[in-house]
Design a protein around this ligand. Structure first.
Ligand code: UDX
Length: 439
């Protein structure tokens, strides 16, 4: 028998969760305050790019297992398990995460509940939030209605969201009662039996697993980037170094990619939120190194811009720079805290004329940075360029033919901000090739 599930918030996380729960066979109703978005989703149109997701959306809006609404009362009426998937962006007034959307979602839903229900948070929140929401749920529930709050953090990566949701590395269930565990095990039953590890924890541990995972990944990337700076100072090669480190099974090669650093809607804000949360708990001395991770990550953007200045003979004034890539990473049109666009904007401030091309993120990029020039093809971007910069390692950009581009550019100079290109083939084709932390 399927579970009746509601999903509150239809961004990258919520839309993916809703479609994947329908794919697992459940009856799903998804809610958002944004009526335009809900109308598009109900028509099977995904308002952002995520490989494979629109197909699932279409399949399950057609099958009737996935419905959309702008009525919270309808969620309460139809579903027994309610997943909160709204955003927790960085607060405008500091480093902490803004949990007001999560709280608002809970407070909007709970008074409508007329039978015992489980509310499951998936958003990334500071430790202690779930316990506080549990208390709020008790206070706002109608008399005689039992509402429990559980926490089930989501580890999906943009660009791989469907796969990460349907075949996760692990499932973490933060619960306060055996009943909540039973309900969640039932929801995830079809892949639990496929031997995905399930860890049942208290609420605080579940919240912290997510913050810790993202802080660890950010630290790992930054370690590679700091080594890249050391390699620049010594003539060593950070890619070979990372390969050699990666063969050590205790370390592993993934997330040792040096370049212009991490961005996106999660890693940067989660690192800061963890520091802020430690400060609020009176243990801010624990995370001095995360301050350095954050600073070193921002420094990467500066270092790459400095390299561009050097490549262009000491000044960028009047230089035409082809910026290949705008998304914060390949496989998405998300430009939140995108290192690529930050670099392009910095080039512009220094007097250059950056021309940006991204296979999927031109639209989102132009909305976030209206002063930058976006073009529809690589050819237009590189036309007459004094410097070409690879800023997001989309496969189609990594596969570019260096010989084919030669007669379009003004000067055959390329700066590989992601260490993704093959230096030899570019040099052999006649380019001056420079990467990050490579001789
Ligand atoms: C991240 C976590 O990986 C995911 O588990 C969590 O649920 C949400 O946050 P995401 O933001 O989609 O996912 O991106 P991720 O693939 O982690 O990449 C983050 C950033 O790190 C990107 O800007 C990427 O380009 C950069 N990165 C990644 C590197 O600079 N080097 C690497 O080796 C790997």
């Amino acid at each position: 028998m399927p579970a009746s599930i509601s999903v509150i918030g239809t961004g990258y996380l919520g839309a993916t969760h809703a479609a994947c729960m329908a794919e697992l066979g459940h009856d799903v109703i998804a809610y958002d305050v944004d009526a335009t978005k809900i109308a598009a989703l109900a028509d099977g149109v995904l308002p952002f790019f995520e490989p494979g997701l629109e197909e699932l959306l279409r399949r399950h809006t057609a099958s009737g297992r996935l419905r959309f609404t702008t009525s919270v009362a309808e969620l309460a009426e139809r579903a027994d398990v309610h997943f909160i998937c709204v955003g927790t962006p960085q607060r405008a007034d500091g480093l902490a995460a803004d949990t007001s959307h999560v709280e608002a979602a809970l407070l909007a839903l709970v008074p409508h509940l007329t039978r015992s229900s489980l509310v499951v948070g998936k958003s990334t929140v500071p430790v202690g939030t779930a316990a506080r929401l549990n208390q709020l749920a008790q206070e706002s529930a109608a008399p005689g209605v039992t509402v429990e709050v559980a926490w089930n953090p989501e580890f999906l990566r943009e660009g791989h969201a469907v796969r990460d949701t349907l075949a996760p590395d692990r499932v973490v269930l933060g619960v306060s009662s055996p009943e909540a565990e039973k309900v969640l095990r039932f929801v995830y039953d079809s892949f639990v039996v496929d031997e995905v590890p399930v860890l049942v924890t208290d609420l605080a541990t579940a919240e912290l697993v997510k913050s810790a995972a993202n802080a660890f990944l950010a630290t790992k990337i930054t370690f590679a980037n700091v080594m890249a700076e050391l390699c620049d100072a010594t003539g060593a090669d950070v890619v070979t170094l990372a390969d050699a480190l990666g063969f050590d099974q205790r370390i592993g090669r993934r997330f040792l990619g040096a370049g212009i650093g991490f961005g996106g809607g999660c890693l940067p804000k989660d690192v800061r939120a963890l520091m802020a949360s430690a400060g609020e708990l009176g243990v801010d001395n624990l995370f001095g190194f995360l301050r350095e991770v954050d600073a070193a990550n921002t420094r990467r953007r500066h270092v790459v811009v400095e390299a561009a200045v050097a490549q262009c003979g000491g000044t960028l004034v009047g230089a035409r720079v082809a910026c290949l890539g705008a998304a914060f990473k390949p496989g998405t049109d998300d430009v939140r805290d995108s290192p690529a666009l930050d670099v392009a904007a910095r080039l512009q401030h220094l007097g250059a004329h950056p021309v940006v091309y991204d296979p999927k993120a031109n639209g989102t990029g132009a909305r976030a940075f209206p002063a930058l020039t976006f073009v529809d093809t690589v050819d237009e971007a590189v036309q007459g360029a004094d410097l070409v910069m690879l800023l997001t390692e989309w496969p189609e950009l990594v596969a570019l033919d260096p010989r084919g581009l030669l007669n379009r550019v003004g000067s055959p100079r390329i700066l590989d901000g992601r260490n993704a290109l093959d230096p030899e083939s570019w040099r052999n084709a006649g380019w001056i090739y420079q990467a990050c932390g490579r001789p």
